[in-house]
Design a binder for this molecule. Structure first.
Ligand code: ADP
Ligand code: MG
Ligand code: ZN
Length: 479
C-alpha cells in the first residue's frame, strides 16, 4: 500500500511502567486504578519540602531490561529534572535522566519472515510517570488524579532502524515479550503500562539521508500503531509528491477517522531546561551488582523456542507462537507437565486458546483457568472420555466459568459415548434415514461415509466416539 519509490523509516520511544510494588521516589503503591488520589503522599503530590528517595528496585528492573536488550549499563549515572508545565505534573518538572542514561547502545533482534534483523536501541532511562486528568464530559472542567504520579517508567528509545509497518509491529511485540519474560512490567496496553511514541519519516528509495519525521504520541494498541504508520507514511509521500515539504511536528492519531491531526502545540520548540536533580545522589552500579542482576535473567524466548523444537518436537512455527508471550509459554509447559502430551496441548493452544483470546480481546496473562486444568482437559481427551470437538466446547466454558474440566463435562452431560450398543443404535438409525448415501457408498463414493459419520455426530451432539462410529459404519456398509 506504500508507494514503492519511497522507503519508510520508523523509530519508537516506548514507555513501560515497571511493576515494582511502590513508586519510584516514595512508598505509595503503584497499583492501577483505585479511588482518585488515594495512592498518594506529600512526595508524589509535590508538597513543598518533601524529598524523593530513589527506589532501588526501579534501578534493578531497568538494568534487567538493559541486560536483556544487550545494552551497556552505566556504572555511574544520575537523575535530571525535565521542566515543563502541565496540570497532571504537580512539581512542574519530571524527574528523568538526560545526558547519562542507565542503559545505552543495545539491540533487539527480530525475525521478519525468517530473516533476522537487529533493531538498535539508543538508550533506556528511568523516570516517573505523571498523574492523570479526568475531563468532565460536560466541559465543566478537569479533575486531577495523582495515583499514577510517581509510578516508575522506563523509556526505551530505538534507533530509526525499522523500515516497514510489519517490522515496527514485530519489534514492539518482541519488546513486550522480553519485558514480560524478565518480569519487570505487565505490559497491559489497555491500562497504559506499555505505550509508544511513534516517529515516522519517508525518503526516496535507496537514499541514505533521513527525511523529516513526525511523531505520534502515546499510542497503546498494536492495531492503531500499524494503521497510524501506514496513514502517516502515505500522507508524507503525498506532501512530497505534490511539491511540499514535511514539517517536523507532533501529531495525534484519531482511531475513529483513521487520520493524524496536528497537535499545534510548541512541542518541538520546547526547551525543557534539563538540569541535575539536586535532591538525589548519584546512582552507582558496581560490576558485581550488574553481574548479580544478570543472574536473575530467566530463560528467554529464543532459548525456549529451541527447546520446544528439540525437547517436544514441535514445529518451529508453533514453538515461536507459544514462546512469544510468557503467560502462554508457562501455560503450555505447566499443562504438558500434567498430561505429558505436548502435541495436543500445543494444538489446543494454537487453534483454540489463542483464537478465543483474540475474539475476547484478552491478554494471555488474563486466561482465567490454570495450566493444570488445561493439562487435565488433555488427559480427558487421551482417555477417550471426550472427543476433541467436545474439548473445544469445554475450553470455551473454561474461559466463561473456570472450573475443572471433569466437572464441566459432568454438569453439561458431555461425556463421550463409547458404548458399543449405543453407538450401534445411532449407526442403524442414521443408515435407515439415508438410503441414498448407502447407495452412493456402494457406487464407490467414499465421501458418503464422511456424511454419515457427520450425521451421527449431529444426532449425538458431538458426543459419539468418532473412531468407533467410523468403524461401525464401515462394518454395516460392507455387510
Ligand atoms: P526527541 O527526543 O526529541 O523525540 P530523538 O532524536 O531522540 O528526538 O528521536 C526520538 C525518536 O525518533 C527515536 O526513536 C529515533 O529513532 C526516532 N527518529 C529520529 N529520526 C528519525 C527519522 N528521520 N525518521 C523516523 N524516526 C526517527
Ligand atoms: Mg520524542
Ligand atoms: Zn507517594
Amino acid at each position: 500500500m506504500i508507494n514503492e519509490n519511497y522507503d519508510i523509516v520508523i523509530g519508537l520511544e516506548v514507555h513501560s511502567e515497571l511493576s515494582t510494588k511502590t513508586k519510584i521516589f516514595c512508598s505509595c503503591p503503584t497499583e492501577f486504578g483505585g479511588e482518585p488520589n488515594t495512592h498518594c503522599c506529600p512526595v508524589c503530590m509535590a508538597m513543598p519540602g518533601a524529598l524523593p528517595v530513589l527506589n532501588e528496585k526501579v534501578v534493578e528492573y531497568a538494568i534487567k531490561a538493559g541486560l536483556a536488550t544487550n545494552c551497556k549499563i552505566a556504572e555511574t549515572c544520575k537523575n535530571d529534572r525535565k521542566n515543563y508545565f502541565y496540570p497532571d505534573l504537580p512539581k512542574s518538572y519530571q524527574i528523568s535522566q538526560f545526558d547519562i542514561p542507565l542503559c545505552e547502545d543495545g539491540y533487539v533482534e527480530i525475525d521478519v519472515n525468517g530473516n533476522k534483523k537487529k533493531i538498535g536501541l539508543v538508550r533506556i532511562h528511568i523516570e516517573e510517570d505523571a498523574g492523570k486528568l479526568n475531563h468532565d464530559p460536560y466541559g465543566r472542567g478537569s479533575l486531577v488524579d495523582l495515583n499514577r504520579a510517581g509510578v516508575p517508567l522506563i523509556e526505551i528509545v530505538s534507533k530509526p532502524d525499522m523500515s516497514s509497518v510489519e517490522e515496527a509491529d514485530i519489534y514492539l511485540k518482541k519488546l513486550k515479550s522480553i519485558l514480560q519474560y524478565i518480569e519487570v512490567s505487565d505490559c497491559k496496553m489497555q491500562e497504559g503500562s506499555l505505550r509508544a511514541d511513534v516517529n515516522v519519516s519517508v525518503k526516496k528509495k535507496g537514499s541514505t539521508e533521513l527525511g523529516t519525521r513526525t511523531e505520534m504520541k502515546n499510542m497503546n494498541s498494536f492495531k492503531s500503531i500499524s494503521r497510524a504508520i501506514e496513514y502517516e507514511a502515505n500522507r508524507q509521500i503525498d506532501v512530497i509528491e505534490n511539491g511540499g515539504t514535511v514539517i517536523q511536528e507532533t501529531l495525534r492519531w484519531d482511531d475513529v477517522s483513521g487520520k493524524t491531526f496536528s497537535m499545534r502545540d510548541k512541542e518541538n520548540a520546547q526547551d525543557y531546561r534539563y538540569f541535575p536533580e539536586p535532591d538525589l545522589g548519584l546512582i552507582k552500579n558496581s560490576k558485581e551488582k550488574i553481574e548479580e542482576i544478570r543472574k536473575l535473567l530467566p530463560e528467554m524466548p529464543e532459548k525456549r523456542r529451541e527447546r520446544y523444537v528439540s525437547e517436544f518436537n514441535l514445529p518451529e512455527y508453533d514453538a515461536n507462537v507459544l514462546t512469544m508471550e510468557k503467560a502462554l509459554s508457562d501455560m503450555f509447559e505447566g499443562a504438558t507437565k500434567i498430561c505429558n502430551n505436548p502435541k495436543t496441548v500445543s494444538n489446543l493452544m494454537m487453534s483454540e486458546v489463542i483464537g478465543i483470546l483474540n475474539n475476547k480481546e484478552m491478554e494471555s496473562s488474563e486466561i482465567p483457568f490454570t495450566a493444570e486444568q488445561l493439562g487435565n482437559l488433555v488427559i480427558l481427551i487421551d482417555k477417550g472420555t471426550i472427543s476433541t470437538s467436545i474439548a473445544k466446547k469445554v475450553l470455551l466454558e473454561m474461559f466463561d466459568n473456570p472450573a475443572e474440566p471433569q466437572k464441566i463435562i459432568e454438569e453439561k452431560g458431555w461425556i463421550q459415548i463409547s458404548d458399543e450398543g449405543a453407538i450401534k443404535e445411532v449407526v442403524l438409525k442414521i443408515l435407515e434415514a439415508n438410503p441414498a448415501s448407502i447407495a452412493d457408498y456402494k457406487a464407490g463414493k467414499d465421501r458418503a461415509l464422511g456424511f454419515l459419520v457427520g450425521q451421527a455426530m449431529k444426532e449425538t451432539r458431538g458426543k459419539a466416539n468418532p473412531q468407533m462410529l467410523n468403524k461401525m459404519f464401515l462394518e454395516e456398509l460392507n455387510k
